[in-house]
Design a protein around this ligand. Structure first.
Ligand SMILES: NC(=O)c1ccc[n+]([C@@H]2O[C@H](COP(=O)([O-])OP(=O)(O)OC[C@H]3O[C@@H](n4cnc5c(N)ncnc54)[C@H](OP(=O)(O)O)[C@@H]3O)[C@@H](O)[C@H]2O)c1
Length: 220
């Protein structure tokens, strides 16, 4: 049975990923924020040192999006956002990837965003973190693909989760929906389906990519 380490499974996309993987028969470790605070570098280090988890599949899903104009960015918040969205992913990658290399099998999936490549007012911190996460995906793929480790980013557009509702009022969601060629937001389950494929043994050759899953938003 393949073992998965998944962050941010308490709700939203992470909860849908956990459900999909459970149904498919994976064994899943998904620590809650009280067990592992991703905004604290030391908390991640001490969790890994103490628990010493083993996994064949790593899914860096947890993320935060705090909105601020360039002029108003608070550098403490900037550091926190980079730690949650990017640095924690590096910490887990360099902990789990050597295990995967030794077994000759692994999957790493980073949940990025359409905003890794697109821009919107107030999204500088989030866009920078997710663009760097895509860059981390590419370098990790170059370093580990030869050991049977497929590494990819999944870049959702707009998904029906608390994060989307927190950062967009009903009127904004209506406007954004009008800009999505498919005419609706994604469900978390639709994102989980793609993650399920990327995590599986059916994915034998897809690595190093940032896959847009956005109802054709990013190309319109
Ligand atoms: N929703 C979208 O439209 C959308 C679009 C593109 C990309 N994404 C990305 O998809 C991922 C999941 O988003 P979502 O919409 O499902 O978000 P969400 O509903 O806000 O859930 C975020 C998850 O991350 C966890 N988390 C956040 N900060 C944490 C911390 N410091 N330590 C530990 N856990 C933490 C949360 O745990 P708690 O329950 O403890 O808060 C929760 O489980 C994120 O990386 C996000 O950037 C989302």
């Amino acid at each position: 049975m393949k073992r998965v380490f998944l962050t941010g499974a308490s709700r939203g996309i992470g909860a849908a990923i956990r459900n999909a993987l459970q149904v498919a028969g994976y064994s899943i470790v998904s620590p809650s924020r009280s067990e592992l605070d991703l905004s604290d570098r030391k908390s991640v280090e001490s969790y890994l040192n103490h628990i010493q988890p083993q996994a064949d599949i790593l899914i860096n899903n947890a993320g935060e999006n705090i909105i601020s104009s360039i002029e108003e960015i608070d550098l403490t918040v900037w550091d926190r956002l980079l730690q949650i969205n990017l640095t924690s992913a590096l910490q887990f990658t360099r902990y789990f990837a050597p295990q995967m290399k030794a077994r000759g099998f692994g999957r790493i999936i980073n949940i990025s965003s359409a905003y890794s490549q697109k821009a919107r007012e107030g999204r500088a911190m989030y866009s920078c973190a997710k663009a760097a996460l895509d860059a981390l995906t590419r370098t990790t793929a170059v370093e580990y693909s030869k050991w049977g480790v497929c590494v990819n980013s999944v870049c959702p557009g707009f998904v029906e989760t608390e994060l989307t509702k927190r950062n967009n009022g009903p009127e904004q969601i209506k406007i954004l929906t009008g800009r999505i060629p498919m005419g609706r937001l994604a469900s978390p389950e639709e994102i989980a389906e793609l993650v399920l494929f990327l995590a599986s043994e059916a994915n034998t050759y897809l690595s190093g990519q940032s896959i847009q899953i956005d109802g054709a938003f990013s190309i319109s």
